[in-house]
Structures are given as C-alpha cells and as structure tokens.
Design a binder for this molecule. Structure first.
Ligand code: GTP
Ligand code: MG
Length: 304
C-alpha cells in the first residue's frame, strides 16, 4: 500500500512598508512577475494599499504594497500614511524596505516607524534595496548600522530592479509561513478592479512626464469602461482631476501635446495589462483643492 502524503497548505500576509521611493512597488511587481502597482522616480507614487498574491505549490503569500511613510501635511497624505501604518498590525510578517543608496539620515521618521513596528510585534525583515547601484564595500556598514536599530528577523540585500536576491527573500518568507487557508484561487493576482489599475496607469504617466506639484495633485477616475469582445477592444474614458485652474492647461499642453503623450504611453501599458486593444480618451476636470476636501477624497477612493 502506498502512504498517502497530503502536504498542508501554507499561507500568510506580508506587508511591504518603508519611506517613499525606496522601491516597494517595484519589489511587488518583481515578485509577482507582472506589473500591478505603478512606480516612478518621484516619491509618494503609491496612494492605496495594493494587494498582490504570489502562488506556490501548496502555498500563497498575500503581499500588501503600501504608500511611503512620510511627514504628511494634507488629508490625502495623511490617508496614505494611515494606509501604510495600519497594514502592519494585520499581517504575519513585515518587510521594511530601505534604499541602500540613500545618504540622508531619516532618524525621526524611522524612529516613528520602529516604535510602531515594536507595538505591532510582528517579525520584521530589513530589505536593503537597490544594491545594483551600490559598491559591495558600502553594503556592510549599512547592515551593521541597521542591525543595532531594530531586532530584525533577518537582513536581506536585494535589487528589485534586477531581481538579485529576490528569490532568496521569497524563499525565506515561504519557509516562515504558517499553515493557513488558500485565500485566493490560483488565477488571482490581485483583488483590485481593472478600472483602478487602469486609472493608476494613467496617473503613472502624469508622475513620469509632468513636473512640479501637478502629479501630486491629480486624481484619475475611469468614467467609462466598455468591452467590445468581438473587436478585441476596450473603450476607456478617464478624467484627470486637477486641483487648480492653472493646472488644466498645463496637463493639456500646447495644442493638446501633453495629454496626447500621456494617453499614448498609458495606452501601451493598459493594452499589455488587459491583453487587448484599447481606445483611451483622457480629459481634464478641475476639482478645486480636492486634496483638502474630505468629500472629494472619498469620491476618488482615498478613504479607509
Ligand atoms: N537602481 C535601482 N532602482 C530601483 C530599484 N528598485 C526601485 N528602483 C527605482 O526607485 C524608484 C522608486 O520605485 P518605486 O517602486 O516607485 O518606489 P516606492 O517605494 O513604491 O515609492 P512610493 O510608492 O512613492 O512610496 C523608481 O524610479 C524605481 O525604478 C532597484 O533595485 N535599483
Ligand atoms: Mg509605491
């Protein structure tokens, strides 16, 4: 008779937290092998908690990408920081990401984060990102200095951009997973609606192509999303909501050049994501000072 081996299922939730721009969303996309979170060279790119599900044999990890933790001034930014902070209490493990190439000290913010992590009491992995942009000799002092700052479960140097060290990190997390249920079916990568990700891909282009305060004061809303399967086409109409009258003309650009460029780049990403042809129409709306308005924040999905 053959012995029956029924391997138990292991699962858990892992929060990815850290200061803005350290590479949290890049890491999530790298782990999933697919882009669901937008990234940009500007800080405060991510505004909401983004769930990404990684599947393995007899296991799955629910990763929560979160907005960068910073000194929040307005309501929008306070919402963002709350999203990140509140994630740590509900998870099995926390990844605290830092940018290894960052020279400026951030003691005040980091102390706040460490105090919060101590209170949450979850195992915290220090993930030292961007080692592709660092000479080997500079890594050791960073590890030594962080080892004294917090009782990390482990210190893991990686490059989210090249993938270096990421498999090892994921293996470490898998080995530490508790027994648990299969939360999501194997074909589920995220619980976010397609409309949300499409709006984010438009916002990503605003972050990548526009300067000054404009990208930090836009909210993108998909107002129409209609599928035409017989033509392998999705028709999308999205509003770029700006906070000031003066921003409208800048987003549109000379004879519509800017909004056309934004639309072309976003459409390429959206087509890849949806796997079909996309007709994308963008237009600009002025919602005066929306980042300070509780009602507008709610309407744009920035509420708990
Ligand atoms: N050289 C290098 N750059 C990286 C790496 N990971 C991320 N970046 C870059 O760092 C910048 C920020 O990346 P994001 O993934 O958007 O960072 P984030 O932590 O999610 O930022 P917020 O959402 O604003 O908190 C982007 O320009 C990335 O291309 C890395 O491993 N190496
Ligand atoms: Mg991000």
């Amino acid at each position: 008779m053959q012995a029956e081996t029924t391997e138990k299922f292991h699962s858990g939730v892992v929060a990815i937290i850290g200061r803005p721009n350290v590479g949290k969303s890049t890491l999530l996309n790298r782990i999933l092998g697919q882009k669901i979170a937008i990234t940009s060279p500007k800080p405060q790119t991510t505004r909401n908690r983004i769930l990404g599900v990684a599947h393995f044999d007899h296991g799955q990890i629910l990763f929560l990408d979160t907005p960068g933790i910073h000194q929040a001034k307005d309501r929008l930014n306070q919402f963002m920081v709350e999203q990140a902070m509140s994630s740590c209490g509900e998870v099995d493990m926390v990844l605290y990401l830092i940018d290894a190439t960052d020279h400026a000290p951030h003691n005040a913010t980091e102390e706040k984060i460490f105090t919060h992590l101590r209170n949450c009491g979850r195992p915290v992995y220090l993930v030292i990102n961007k080692i592709d942009a660092l000479s080997r000799e500079r890594l050791l002092p960073i590890m030594q200095s962080y080892a004294t700052k917090y009782p990390f479960a482990s210190l893991v140097p990686i490059s989210a951009a090249t993938g270096d060290g990421v498999d090892l990190l994921v293996k470490m997390l898998r080995d530490a997973l508790p027994e648990g249920p299969q939360y999501y079916s194997e074909d589920t990568v995220t619980d976010l609606p397609e409309r949300f990700i499409v709006a984010e891909m438009v916002r990503e282009q605003l972050l990548r192509q526009m300067r000054d305060e404009i990208p930090f004061m836009v909210a993108v809303v998909v107002e129409e999303f209609s599928e035409e399967p017989e033509r392998n086409l999705v028709v999308i109409k999205a509003a770029i909501n700006v906070a000031r009258d003066s921003h409208k003309g800048i987003v549109i650009g000379k004879q519509g050049a800017m909004i056309r460029a934004l639309g072309q780049s976003a459409r390429r990403d959206i087509e890849k994501f949806l796997g079909c042809r996309v007709y994308l129409e963008l237009f600009v709306k002025v919602q005066k000072d929306w980042t300070a308005s509780e009602r507008m924040l709610r309407e744009f999905g920035y509420h708990s």
